[in-house]
Design a protein around this ligand. Structure first.
Ligand code: NDP
Length: 595
């Protein structure tokens, strides 16, 4: 590889970022409500009428994705039978319920990404499983742990109110339910509210349109398993967005459409995927008792904070971590200051991104298209992508890259999409425009919590998120949150965060039931101390303001004091999991008060 001119690259990265910075940040996107609400309709499962619930359960869990499933599973294992999952979709699965676009698959190796494999006895069929298998696995967990019995689907929680006199939560939903639960837990996911780009004229388009998380197979033909989308053979289709979703579905569209226009604002970095079927003999050898926990721990040790001798998982994420580590290890021990380590990290990054850019040239036949597909930012500025057919799709006749040079689509008309004054007439527009991230938590969740003394969670968090372990909030007894922030914050394998939180919650609920406690609540001092500990760390790992804008860095705008709280345990994910294990197994649950 030719020598890397670091200064030139640094300048180029900043120039490309500056092209994309815009004053409206998250406000550039449209919230899907009112006349746009049909974009949220469930195309997969018909809604079934039912009587409203007015009963009482021990635990209500909001969200039927991985978070709800793993927590529900651990609760059932702990002998808590009346667990009710409440889910806005028509079945379990969360992300994997909604995202059925062609080509959808996980980017973290299935063996660590799919939870509860050992408990359910499932062998992932591929290193990176496709969406239908992941959705089926969600259903498998639901069935295996009896979570369907009490679940409410196509139901959205609108309000949660703490009833002080009875030490229980009152839960109200859009289906007229008003029932109570001693404990509530929430796992509504970070990326579940689709957003549309606020492109002028978007509502005027007369053709067909949908968001990738509501794929319209009636219109396109085909199915989530990759059957050809035969109804597109005569169609001109636009896809807006080139993030991780588009990278996976563009190859399928390229094969199916008469003409495909891919509208790009910022190219993704697309590295090698190298997917392969699982060899059952190999799997039989590795899947000895306790295997998945060992793999999870090995993955996390490779990613965050360990110096493991081996890398069992060997996926795109551990590859990044391994290379960064080996780069740092080339520094003499006396030279391993933070500054020198960051420099070594940057060196790795320049090399990796040059490799990824060279890969574009080696695959894409048209040099101009290849030039436009190159990503000019550090690899972790945006979600790294891995695919072995995306770049190749631009060699398929009829597939056109329409690069907007960082500006985005100019306008949408009744008949097409306009960039740089030219209208591209199309029959269908597919929005691969992502999900709300930087908006208010209550807007995304669709409900607020009214805790002790009538205080709302949005008020308690007015200056930013405050928790113990990302799970417990002072003033909100018997409520638990299942998500990574302020805990391990292991972004490369979200399910590991969720399974550990699920384990914690099951243990606490069991403890309360066994000892006759009505309430569990984190003390104010413990919450404050945890927040202080979080703030003592190095800050956010992702989301540098030097990066090209995106949801990792709040669209390039300073997230302020609230942003500084969107961090994890300062000593890393590995250290967090081991700390949490000790905290739980001591049986003291320091910082919590039981009444
Ligand atoms: P993203 O938010 O990553 O991408 C949205 C895309 O829309 C970007 O390319 C964005 O450009 C583009 N865009 C926005 N506004 C405009 C505009 N006005 N004109 C043109 N383009 C525009 O959404 P995705 O659905 O792709 O991915 C979201 C996340 O979901 C991923 O980051 C990942 O975490 C997860 N995911 C995971 C997968 C997996 O594990 N395999 C697969 C798919 C998604 P710009 O970059 O310039 O903002």
């Amino acid at each position: 590889m030719p020598a890397i001119d670091k200064d030139t690259l640094r300048r180029k990265y900043l120039e490309e970022r500056d092209k994309r910075l815009r004053p409206d940040g998250n406000d550039q996107y449209l919230q899907i409500t009112g006349r746009l609400a049909h974009y949220l309709d469930d195309p997969y499962t018909p809604r079934v009428e039912r009587e409203p619930k007015t009963d009482h359960v021990t635990v209500a869990f909001i969200g039927g994705g991985f978070a709800g499933l793993v927590t529900g599973a651990r609760l059932r294992e702990a002998g808590v039978d009346d667990v009710r999952l409440i889910e806005k979709g028509g079945d379990f699965g969360g992300t994997w319920y909604w995202n059925r676009y062609p080509g959808a698959q996980c980017d973290t190796a299935s063996f660590v990404y799919l939870p509860l494999l050992e408990e359910t006895g499932h062998m992932p069929t591929e290193k990176y499983a496709h969406a239908p298998e992941i959705l089926e696995h969600c259903r498998r967990i639901g069935k295996h742990f009896g979570l369907y019995d009490n679940a409410l689907f196509h139901t959205e929680v609108q309000d949660l109110e703490w009833d002080e006199s009875r030490s229980r939560w009152i839960i109200r939903t859009n289906r007229g339910d008003e029932f109570t639960a001693q404990f509530v837990a929430m796992g509504t996911g970070p990326l579940h509210v689709p957003k549309l780009p606020g492109i002028p004229g978007i509502e005027s388009f007369r053709g067909h349109s949908f968001h990738t998380s509501r794929w319209d197979y009636d219109y396109t033909g085909g199915d989530p398993s990759g059957a050809p989308m035969d109804r597109l053979a005569e169609r001109r289709v636009a896809i807006i967005g080139t993030g991780a979703t588009a990278v996976q579905c563009v190859p399928h569209l390229a094969r199916a459409c008469a003409e495909l226009y891919v509208f790009q604002r910022t190219p993704s970095s697309v590295d090698v995927r190298d997917n392969r079927p699982t060899d059952p003999e190999w799997f039989a050898e590795i899947s000895t008792p306790g295997w998945q926990q060992r793999w999870l721990e090995n993955f996390t040790a490779n990613q965050a904070g360990g110096m493991p001798e081996d890398d069992l998982v060997m996926d795109g994420w551990t590859d990044i971590a391994r290379r960064v580590r080996s780069r740092i290890m080339t520094l003499p021990p006396e030279d391993r200051s933070v500054a020198r380590m960051l420099e070594a990290f940057e060196d790795y990054d320049f090399e990796k991104m040059e490799e990824i850019r060279a890969r574009v040239d080696s695959i894409v036949e048209d040099p101009e298209t290849a030039r436009k597909l190159k990503a000019w930012y550090r690899q972790l500025c945006k979600r790294p992508c891995f695919h072995d057919e995306y770049l190749q799709a631009f060699n398929v006749p009829g597939t056109h890259l329409v690069d907007t040079d960082g500006k985005g689509v100019e306008r949408i008309t009744e008949t097409g999409v306009v960039v740089a004054g030219r209208e591209y007439e199309v029959d269908c527009v597919i929005y691969a425009s992502g999900f709300e991230v930087g908006t208010e938590h209550t807007r995304r969740a669709g409900f607020d919590l009214t805790g002790r003394g009538g205080v709302r969670l949005s008020e308690h968090w007015a200056e930013g998120m405050r928790t113990l372990h990302g799970i417990h909030v002072h003033g909100f007894p018997n409520a638990f949150i299942v998500q990574p922030t302020q805990g391990a914050n292991l972004i490369s394998n979200i399910p590991h965060n969720l399974t550990e939180a699920g384990r914690t919650i099951a243990m606490l609920v069991r403890h309360a039931l066994d000892h006759g406690f009505d309430e569990i609540e984190v003390s104010e001092e413990a919450e404050n101390a945890w927040v202080e500990l979080l703030l003592s760390g190095a800050g956010m790992l992702l989301g540098s303001p030097d990066c090209t804008p995106g949801y990792y860095n709040n669209e390039g705008r300073d997230p302020g004091a609230r942003g500084r709280l969107m961090v994890g345990y300062p000593h890393g994910a590995m250290a967090y999991f081991s700390y949490l294990d000790g905290w739980r197994s001591s049986g003291v649950f320091e910082g919590l008060e039981f009444r």
